[in-house]
Write a protein that binds this ligand. Structure first.
Ligand SMILES: [Zn+2]
Length: 257
């Protein structure tokens, strides 16, 4: 049976403080082979790096999330460079991007986004993009910088998704795709090529139906795979296999596993 690659998670979140080890060590038996843990600021990126050392199936990203950028001071780029130089299991710069849902000033978001897109070029690493209610501005910077990588938790239009795919990037779908009102995500998951689709939890957030509202973990991705399988008229197995291989390619992990 194909193994699941959870391409985006936040296992350092406090909601796992009581049972993090048990949850992570239990994943293998539930069919989860690999997990990417995404950093949101310097502190969480350091935790990610440590988790990469503690668990052989965990890989990570380091970066500053747009809504966290307002709190980040000092020479954060040097701190990120140091983390990357110390740990080859940090495979991507992220999550970075734009978030217009919260009211973080746009000029600060733009500064951090542009600086980290430049860092990814310098390090020759893929990026993990967070874009919420900001698809036009995000796409503009992606067209300018042409990074490698993933747009995670995809929520914009199918047209924008096709442009992202044409730039060579990948699209991540979360448990949101199992929600009745996720019409755009469902259409997008049907219209873009299967070889660009990743599945992800974004856990502890965004648990799929029938666990909606509960704490999410990577074992719940079978429900995300089922939703995409139904939309595309293929099997769960095919979705899990394709998204696993896609994530390895997207994060350039071929030589690391
Ligand atoms: Zn995330």
């Amino acid at each position: 049976m194909a193994e699941i690659f959870d391409s985006h998670s936040h296992y350092y979140n406090t909601r796992f403080d009581n049972d993090r080890k048990e949850v992570l060590n239990g994943l293998k038996d539930k069919g989860v082979g690999l997990v990417l843990v995404a950093g949101c600021d310097i502190e969480s990126s350091k935790k990610v790096s440590q988790m990469c050392r503690d668990y052989n199936f965990v890989f990570g990203s380091a970066g500053v999330h747009p809504t966290d950028s307002i709190r980040v001071t000092g020479d954060y780029l040097s701190e990120l460079r140091k983390l990357f130089s110390e740990n080859p299991k940090l495979v991507a710069v992220g999550e970075i991007g734009y978030d217009y849902f919260y009211d973080t000033p746009k000029e600060i978001q733009t500064k951090f986004f542009r600086e980290q897109l430049t860092l990814a070029k310098e390090l020759d690493k893929p990026v993990i993009i967070h874009s919420r209610e900001a698809s036009r501005d995000t796409l503009e910077l992606l067209k300018e910088f042409k990074p490698k990588g993933v747009v995670h938790c995809y929520s914009s239009s199918t047209e924008v998704a096709k442009e992202i795919v044409n730039l060579g990037m990948y699209i991540g779908f979360t448990g949101v795709i199992t929600f009745d009102n996720a019409k755009k995500a469902k259409v997008t998951a049907r219209e873009i090529p299967l070889d660009r689709i990743l599945i992800e939890t974004d856990c502890p957030y965004l648990a799929p139906v029938p666990f909606r509202g509960q704490r999410c973990d990577s074992s719940m991705l079978t429900y995300v795979a089922d939703a995409i399988a139904e939309i595309r008229g293929i099997s769960r197995e095919e979705v899990i296999k394709a998204s696993y291989d896609n994530a390895i390619r997207a994060y350039e992990m071929e030589s690391l596993i």
